[in-house]
Design a protein around this ligand. Structure first.
Ligand code: F6R
Length: 582
């Protein structure tokens, strides 16, 4: 998490950096700051909260040509101005903005910096002081310091009396762009408007020095290296316009369009003709790895591959996989699902299996992301930019894309059925009449079986993250193994039921809930013979398409619940869109 943006050039860079930080707010938005070189001395401005608060603190007349900026998602130390970046070394000669985590910052402090006074609780302030402590010119100091550091970092550094910006990177993304007027560095390519001529992707253990005239790259020994600029094939720099009051609402409403686009890309443009599917068919197992919502879509992806291709599938949470005793096999295709392609745990797992010689496939929504660089096969999702922190259209795009992949792999003829679905599917409007009653419940369980169980997990996550309701997604059959003890008159059980063959089982579970006084919201396309307090009827499509249909009213429900509580669903507390630290 955290976003860094640095600008150097003939024109005022503060405005550019602030604009860049606003585009990086999805990476964290608890505090922000800039540092700049003024009369060769370092100065800074910081603020708690969103970038607009920082903007208000910057005097209109302040124009500077060498600026580094940061938007923070707190890892070390609470949210306050002292902990906001940039951080300066004790003697104020070095300023640093940092994305990542310095894991050994406590031991570095004890070993090298015991005589320094610290003003924050951050690992980054240790980094700034560590750089300052090294010998030689500023680039050499930065290189030396990174050798002492364990963990991940993308760093932009300014130094007193030095008209360069220094960049370093390990396991956190960092990009550089240049034109005749100057250069910019950022955690995300989309920050650069298309006014730049050349773009560079900094690799791990590479360093860059940018100034208003050029950019030079160095290896970890300080030796100059030549890097080729990357060609950004059709990269879309266009900013998303807020056509609804909230991005989340806009993105929920965009889902039918995302499905159509996915259909078009995979069928009309015949995506798989460029692939050698025979290679993929040879794998005996498929192991899906992801986090959060992407993990839920991976659960469905695995069900699809197992059902249609009759191949053994496994699904792991990335943060568990990386520290477990997984048996890594070359007979297995490892599939990493990630909207951003920058999730630290997922990337760590991808590197781990790749280093063992295994093939990996990535299902990602952001082009030019770190995961795609590692991948042998990339299955892109076509959700378009997702701005709201809670994933909606990207989830649906992942599920749909993995369904198409599984069907294609199994040589099933399904194109017409899918075409009919994407052409006829529309977002239903949620009956607002009963919502007020629903919002009274503070204890909510989501239940379902098989694919509906996955939907229950995803629906519960949505409600937790944006409405801050303590809720759970549970496999229906598990209720009586413990959770039933919690059911009382104040409990709402949301049952998702789209699997015809399991209809009777669902009804038995709901009877058990009723017997304990629990209230029921049934989300179903089936004719159920049970009286429930609340009902959301959904349209019927082929069984395998139902997870795409059933999640939508539950996304809408979470959105409406958050709004009813006065929360901003686009920027939930404590969270960030891209989780680049573990
Ligand atoms: C929840 C949500 C998160 C992400 C998770 C992984 O709505 O969006 O749970 O799914 O942080 O992110 P990606 O998909 O970027 O790897």
């Amino acid at each position: 998490m955290c976003g860094i943006c640095a600008g150097i050039g003939k024109n005022d860079q503060i405005a550019y950096v602030i604009l860049g930080l606003k585009k990086l707010e999805y990476r964290g938005y608890d505090s922000s700051g800039i540092a700049f070189l003024r009369n060769k001395k370092l100065e800074f401005i910081k603020s708690v909260g969103q970038i607009k608060n920082l903007e208000k603190k910057i005097p209109n007349e302040l124009k500077e040509n060498i600026v580094i900026g940061h938007t923070r998602w707190a890892t070390h130390g609470k949210v306050c101005e002292e902990n906001a970046h940039p951080h300066l070394s004790e003697n104020k000669k070095i300023a640093v903005v940092h994305n990542g985590i310095i894991e050994n910052y406590e031991s570095l402090k004890t070993e090298f910096l015991s005589d320094k006074k610290f003003y924050s609780q951050t690992d980054t302030e240790v980094f700034a002081n560590l750089i300052e402590l090294q010998k030689g010119k500023n680039l050499a100091k930065l290189i030396q310091a990174t050798k002492l550091v364990k963990g991940s970092f993308a760093v932009a550094m300014l130094a007193e009396n030095d008209e360069n910006i220094y960049l370093a990177k390990k396991a956190s993304p960092l990009y550089v762009a240049i034109n005749n007027d100057g250069a910019m560095a950022s955690s995300d390519i989309s920050v650069f408007a298309n006014k730049f001529d050349d773009f560079y992707i900094l690799e791990d253990d590479e360093f860059a020095v940018i100034n208003s005239k050029n950019v030079c790259f160095y290896d970890k020994n300080g030796k100059k290296i030549k890097k080729n600029s990357v060609f950004l094939n059709n990269f879309d720099f266009k900013e998303e316009n807020l056509t609804e009051k909230y991005f989340m609402l806009k993105e929920i409403k965009e889902q039918p369009m995302v499905l159509r686009k996915t259909y078009f890309k995979y069928f009309a443009e015949d995506f798989f003709s460029k692939w050698d599917l025979e290679i993929i068919k040879k794998f005996k197992q498929f192991h899906f790895v992801a986090c959060g919502t992407a993990y839920h879509s991976a659960l469905l992806g695995a069900q699809y591959v197992q059902t249609f291709c009759k191949k053994e599938c496994k699904v792991s949470i990335a943060s568990e996989f990386r520290y477990g005793n997984e048996i890594i096999s070359k007979n297995c295709l490892y599939i990493f699902v990630s909207q951003s392609g920058e999730t630290a745990d997922t990337i760590a797992c991808a590197s781990l299996v790749k280093n063992k010689g295994c093939k990996i496939m990535c299902v990602t929504n952001v082009p030019y992301c770190t995961l795609n660089k590692l991948a042998d096969f990339v299955l892109p999702t076509f959700a378009g930019k997702e701005i709201a922190v809670a994933s909606t259209k990207a989830y649906v795009a992942q599920v749909f894309t993995m369904l198409i992949f599984a069907l294609k792999l199994a040589d099933k003829n399904f194109q017409e059925q899918i075409k009919q679905f994407v052409l006829s599917y529309e977002i239903p409007s949620l009956d607002k009449k009963f919502l007020k009653e629903i919002f009274k419940f503070k204890k909510i369980f989501f239940i379902g079986r098989q694919k509906d169980y996955v939907t229950s997990l995803e629906a519960a996550l949505k409600l937790k993250e944006i409405a801050y309701i303590n809720c759970l997604g549970i496999a229906s059959g598990e209720l009586k193994h413990g959770t039933l003890a919690l059911i009382d008159e104040d409990t709402l059980v949301v049952a998702i039921s789209t699997e015809k063959s399991l209809k009777d089982k669902v009804e038995s579970n709901l009877q058990e809930v009723k017997a304990r006084g629990g209230k029921i919201l049934l989300v179903s396309n089936l004719q159920h013979d049970i009286e429930v307090e609340f009902l959301i009827n959904i349209a019927t499509f082929s069984d395998y398409l139902m997870p795409i249909v059933s999640i939508v009213p539950l996304q809408q429900l979470a959105f409406e619940y958050a709004i009813s509580q006065g929360y901003n669903p686009d920027k939930p507390r404590n969270l960030a869109k891209s989780v680049t630290v573990e």
